[in-house]
Design a protein around this ligand. Structure first.
Ligand code: CDP
Ligand code: CDP
Length: 231
């Protein structure tokens, strides 16, 4: 049997991390963990309880309720990937809205939130044969991952991709707001004190500004196959 490895995919928003991670999980029969979905679900909880809004963040209130947050992924056979559940409710659609994207980076600066989610990510990925994507996977969550990828693309390309995705699913959003959000999240994620978005020293950087999903996937499969052979 082929050896299974741990694959960490980090990078900026809308660089194809989750699309590629799902394809990898399917092809190699790996577990896929979308760590961003977990930060989004905590943000939804905070929003529902009025702990976070555009102009405010009540950190202490959210921290005191963290124990009440239960997150789980359930595989949806029809969709071919796992959906996010918050306290037993499927929140997959709700967590992908622009409203959540506009608050999530603020919530992700809170160390207590990160501590809780990193502990859960460790549990989910404690066996090999895992592909996890996010912002701190190769630097903090799995610093010993055999393969680390760091995805980048121009902000304009990324906003165009995200805009198309949200319009296609029927959300009423403007390109200007999406572009602003992409840049603002880059700024907050890269400058926060706890676990900022950074390329790990041993990560392979892939700029996919001018690369389609298929080309990006094939390149990554070559890297995985090489790594599996070596290890
Ligand atoms: O899919 P997209 O790149 O837009 O975002 P995501 O992966 O769903 O992550 C949403 C947000 O969660 C990011 O902008 C970060 O603020 C936060 N996040 C994080 O801090 N650490 C992670 N490992 C994953 C996400
Ligand atoms: O997970 P992340 O936010 O990095 O990106 P994603 O959700 O996988 O991709 C965001 C959108 O960009 C999706 O609609 C992808 O199909 C699209 N995409 C693309 O068109 N070309 C790429 N090379 C990468 C992503």
């Amino acid at each position: 049997m082929r050896k299974k490895i741990t694959i960490a995919i980090d990078g900026f928003s809308s660089t194809g991390k989750s699309t590629i991670a799902k394809l990898i999980a399917k092809k190699y029969n790996y577990i896929y963990v979308d760590s961003g979905a977990m930060y989004r679900a905590v943000t939804l909880f905070a929003k529902q309880n009025n702990f976070v809004g555009k102009e405010f963040l009540y950190e202490e209130k959210l921290i005191s309720k963290l124990k009440e947050i239960s997150l789980s992924f359930k595989f949806n056979e029809k969709l071919g990937f796992a959906e996010m559940f918050l306290n037993g409710k499927n929140v997959e659609k709700e967590i992908r809205t622009l409203a959540i994207s506009q608050l999530v980076s603020k919530v992700a600066t809170i160390s207590e939130v990160r501590k809780k989610l990193v502990a859960e990510q460790h549990k989910m990925g404690n066996k090999s044969g895992v592909v996890m994507d996010g912002r701190d996977i190769g630097t903090v969550v799995f610093p010993n991952a055999e393969l680390k990828l760091f995805m980048t693309a121009s902000a304009d390309k990324r906003a165009t991709r995200r805009y198309k995705e949200l319009i296609d699913r029927g959300d009423n959003v403007s390109f200007k707001d999406i572009l602003f959000n992409v840049k603002e999240r880059d700024r907050i994620d890269s400058t926060r004190e706890d676990s900022p978005l950074l390329k790990a020293d041993d990560a392979i950087e892939i700029d996919n500004s001018d690369m389609g999903i298929q080309e990006q996937f094939e390149r990554i499969c070559t890297l995985i196959d090489r790594k599996v052979k070596e290890s």
